[in-house]
Design a protein around this ligand. Structure first.
Ligand code: CA
Length: 407
């Protein structure tokens, strides 16, 4: 639709509302406001392309933004419902007047009964190249009024993560559409995982949007999503909905996810338990514990030849006290050059050592990529006593066959 037609038919512009659901109560906790226009035939068209179009003058966008927001807030104030209202703003357009007109408009509605703590500014800042410090300043100023800040369309590259934490956002909105067609996209999933860690560290909540299939919802649940949004739940509509509309459905879904995840976790623990018993039996049969460590590893390697491809032992500080025993083309080979290396710098290493020492039990790691082969593997570690720890890297082939040990 021609931008001029939109401006000259501004009475046809209406707000649509897409509900956002909470993971903890399975209720609608708010709505994102989206711009729509009613065409002559009576059909409703999205104003998305208008707002993202590069050739559309800023004044037009600002004007239409204000019309959509005002009409949405009129409805929101009248509805007397609970929850939040998410208002989209492009960082560059917001900063044209240093964020003043936005705040003025919101304050106008405060006089009509809007609580500012229910307003979420949903900021798209991906393409913002203005004064970053000024933008941060404006957001912090808004926050003194109780307005919440969500960052739209977070993608998770490192430069962006650094910038994101400076906004001290209340909410990070993450688009899950990539997972729809490519559920096996491991890199994307790893990025989202680090994003969930960052959100936790900076005290922001994750909102996963564009959830269109069950798998995306399950992924959102598993990766710390506090809020969900998407067509799989509800499409945008012209009206507000009863907040408990999907409570039963979401509760049921959540229970499915829990059941599945518990099965996966239990399989890991069971497998660790079996390894523990077997290794325990082998060790206690040895006449004296001071047997040559490489020989002991070799015995273990032969026993667990179907499960693992690499074994070594470390002391409590992470210094390797044996060679690496590595399976190459089906044969076990000894690599002495690893003796004396230190592994204490690896993530979770010392924490796991302490856990093993205190619990006197072995541990199965999460799934991670082997630094040499790049294949997903898991490591089983086991406290041998006398301050020594065994590490067994389980092969991808084995994990793949076991299925429940691998996603
Ligand atoms: Ca948005």
């Amino acid at each position: 639709m021609d931008p001029l037609d939109i401006i000259s038919n501004s009475e046809k512009i209406i707000p649509y509302f897409q509900p956002i659901f909470s993971a903890d109560e399975h209720r609608i906790i708010g709505y994102e406001v989206l711009g729509r226009i009613i065409l002559e035939e009576g059909t409703v068209e999205s104003l998305g392309p208008f707002f993202t179009g590069n050739d559309i003058p800023d004044e037009y966008k600002i004007e239409v933004d204000e019309i959509v927001t005002r009409r949405a807030l009129d409805r929101f104030v009248l509805s007397e419902g609970e929850g939040l209202i998410f208002i989209n703003r492009n960082a560059r357009l917001l900063m044209v007047d240093h964020g003043e007109s936005f705040l003025q408009m919101i304050q106008e509605y405060q006089e009509k009964g809007l609580q500012l703590s229910r307003v979420v500014l949903e900021l798209s800042e991906n393409s913002f190249n203005g004064d970053f410090e000024q933008l941060v300043h404006v957001l912090l100023y808004y926050k003194t009024y109780g307005i919440k800040v969500a960052i739209d369309n977070v993608g998770g590259n490192i430069g962006e993560l650094d910038r994101l934490s400076k906004f001290s956002p209340d909410i990070l909105k993450v688009d899950l559409s990539q997972l729809r067609n490519d559920a096996g996209n491991k890199i994307y999933k790893d990025i989202l995982f680090s994003l969930s860690m960052l959100a936790r560290k900076i005290g922001a909540s994750l909102l996963f949007e564009n959830i269109e299939i069950n798998y995306q919802l399950q992924f959102a649940w598993l990766n710390g999503g506090r809020y969900y949004q998407g067509y799989y739940l509800k499409p945008p509509a012209s009206d507000f909905l009863p907040s408990e509309l999907l409570k039963d459905k979401l509760r049921e879904k959540c229970q499915d996810f829990i059941r599945y995840e518990k099965k996966h976790l239990e399989a890991g623990y069971q497998f660790a338990e079996e390894l523990h018993k077997k290794i325990n039996g082998m060790i206690s049969q040895l006449k004296k514990p001071a047997e040559d460590f490489d020989q002991l590893l070799h015995k273990l390697a032969v026993t667990f030849t179907d499960q693992c491809f690499r074994l070594y032992m470390c002391d409590e500080n992470g210094f390797q006290v044996t060679s690496n025993i590595l399976k190459e083309d089906g044969d076990w080979k000894v690599h002495q050059q690893f003796k004396g290396k230190n592994w204490s710098w690896r993530p979770y290493f010392l924490e796991n050592i302490i856990r093993m020492r205190i619990n006197k039990k072995g541990l199965l790691s999460d799934i991670y990529s082997d630094i040499d082969s790049g294949e997903p593997i898991r490591t089983y570690s086991y406290p041998l006593g006398n301050g020594l720890y065994l590490f067994m890297d389980l092969s991808y082939e084995f994990l793949f066959e076991e299925d429940s040990l691998l996603y």
